[in-house]
Structures are given as structure tokens and as C-alpha cells.
Design a protein. Structure first.
Length: 192
């Protein structure tokens, strides 16, 4: 008996589903086939324009600047701070802004959340040091962003006149070192 009731319920549900499917198809069928651009009299609406919102730079954008230093072949990547002037600029506006204000910087990639820039410089990167002389003493110079030597320290107790002539000439020309470890090693040779 239970089996027979289950079969009757199943047949009733299947019939109800089939009837509702046919009824829905008959009601919606004519509306599905209609083209939205065709008006009742088969006239195309020429004034209809689809506007695409242009992507704009968000206030949360990451600006990544990759700088290549030709003299030492180093790449340094920095995250730049957001310039409030560029918020809400489109890509085209931003490219014009960069072309007018920073012509030597190239835009590698652009999205609303991340901009990658590249710049090439002809000098050493700031990760280098130069051991030289200042006021007749051994001195350490750093390199600034413009490639200029910046005096960092003078060893007042170590005049270069106490060194061999070859070493004096090297210091006058400047000895380039590429890391703090190398700086320590070279200084140890002159100071010890």
C-alpha cells in the first residue's frame, strides 16, 4: 500500500511539473525571442549608446618604481607614496601626466590598484660606497639618488700620508665597494 501511495505521489508531482513547464514556456516564449534593440515597429534605436565606465586610479593604488642603474647593473624596486593629484585619473590622463612631469620614467603596467614604473639612471645606485680621501685623511663616501658622492665619515686618526704611494693613489681615485661587508674588509686593510 505504501509503495502504491509513493508511486501516485510521484506521478502527481511529475504531472504538475510538466504542466507548469508548458504553461511557463507558453507565457514567456514570445518575450524570450524578442530582440531588445528592435522596437515594436522594427525600428532600430540609433540614439541608444552603451557607456563603458573608464577605470580610474584608486586611492589605494600601489605605485611600484623599478630603477635600473646602468653603471653597476643593479635594479632597485621601491613603493612610492601616492600623489593625491593622480587619484581618479584614467590611464590616458595618467600617461599624459607622467609624460609632462616625468618624461624619463616609463609606465610598464597600469591598473586601478597597481602601477609599475621603470626608470634608468646612468650612475651608481645608493647601495655602493667609495673609499677615498678628504682633507688628507681616509674617508667613506656614499652615493645619493642623483649619483653624487656624499661624505659619510672621515677617519681623522688615519692620514693617507702613512700609506704606500700606490694605496694613496687608489684612495685619491676612489675605491668603489658594493656592500657594507666589502667596505669593512677594504677599510681593515688601510686602517690596521
Amino acid at each position: 500500500m505504501k509503495k502504491q501511495n509513493a508511486i501516485l505521489i510521484f506521478l502527481f508531482c511529475a504531472t504538475l511539473f510538466f504542466i507548469s513547464f508548458i504553461y511557463g514556456y507558453k507565457m514567456m516564449g514570445p518575450k524570450i525571442n524578442k530582440d531588445p534593440l528592435i522596437i515594436e515597429d522594427d525600428i532600430i534605436d540609433d540614439d541608444l549608446e552603451i557607456l563603458k565606465e573608464e577605470e580610474r586610479i584608486s586611492p589605494n593604488v600601489f605605485i611600484e618604481k623599478k630603477t635600473y642603474y646602468k653603471e653597476c647593473n643593479h635594479n632597485i624596486t621601491k613603493l612610492n607614496e601616492l600623489d593625491e593629484k593622480i587619484v581618479n585619473m584614467t590611464e590616458k590622463q595618467y600617461r599624459e601626466y607622467m609624460k609632462d612631469n616625468f618624461p624619463n620614467i616609463k609606465i610598464i603596467s597600469f591598473s586601478t590598484n597597481r602601477i609599475v614604473l621603470r626608470e634608468e639612471k646612468e650612475h651608481l645606485c645608493p647601495n655602493h660606497y667609495i673609499i677615498g680621501e678628504s682633507e688628507g685623511k681616509i674617508a667613506i663616501y656614499g652615493i645619493d639618488e642623483r649619483g653624487e658622492k656624499v661624505l659619510r665619515r672621515i677617519f681623522k686618526d688615519y692620514p693617507i700620508t702613512l700609506l704606500k704611494e700606490i694605496d694613496q693613489n687608489k684612495l685619491k681615485d676612489g675605491i668603489r665597494v658594493d656592500s657594507e661587508e666589502e667596505l669593512s674588509d677594504v677599510l681593515e686593510n688601510f686602517i690596521s
